[in-house]
Write a new protein. Sequence first.
Length: 342
Amino acid sequence: MGLFSFTQELAMDLGTANSIIIQNGKIVLDEPSIVALDSRSEAVMAIGEKAQQMKGKENSNIRTVRPLRDGVIADFKAAEEMIRGMVKMVNRKQNFLMSPSIKMVICIPSGSTEVERRAVRDSTEHAGCRDVYMIYEPMAAAMGVGLDVEAPEGHMIVDIGGGTTEIAVISLGCLVCNKSIRIAGDELTDDIVQYMGQIHNIKVGERTAELIKINVGSALTELDDEEAPEDYVVRGPNRMTSLPMEVPVSYQEIAHCLDKSITKMETAILAALEQTPPELYADIVRNGIHLTGGGALLRGLAKRFYDKVNIPFHVADDPLHAVARGTGLALKNVDNYSFLMR
């Protein structure tokens, strides 16, 4: 039991889609970033996976809230409650008898404004964290894939999360140039919702669109046989008649549907490369570009980016947890890293 443990050190990847907490180098919590609230009293009813199960199935007394939109806090109170609830979930597993003083490193999008950074800091402090450090997501992602971010060498990271795509060139412990665009996993999900309504005349919700993306999501209309998934059957109501429908969806359709959003990502990558100093550009061509985040799992994405940019793209071994792992490494070296923000 943690009877005499009064200081607790946690690293948190506060993501638009999922939030991950790391302690002592291990993932101790990985839950969807969502809160279920009582509509009348605003009391928290569920957090994470339990709240996710309620989404789209609420009655008039319950509302589900995603506190983060486009990588930044959209609902301050819900974000505070979510962070507090997730820290409690960690402590419940560890059986603390007293509330420990919490030291936390938390990651934020590289394009965050001063107001957005302050919102993250305030939410974290109000949730009970005494000592808060912040790290930019691409820096954490680079550390998470094992790059030496303080070396005099250029590395490029493309982190495709739920709310933002973070593109950064890193050298000597700082972001030499970076782009943060609000085209990411959520935007791809919205594309699928609209496509299914317009082309197949079927109503689908956010969760169903997410399942379509996981099962048949692709960035290319032609995949190798071993990589090509079977058609995914979608069930839902007809938009006009409300009668039930079954529609098989192929990866080729989804590749066509996601094309515009992925083209915007390609444009942002090229814009970041244009700003890159020549010596660092040469390093990037030699080392390749590292893809992290949930979006990196989209079939054929690395090949499509390579065809456009002509620089190899390497998908991280565990892209979903790269940012969280890097944040955990930053926590271990808080006193040594000058790029951490208070």
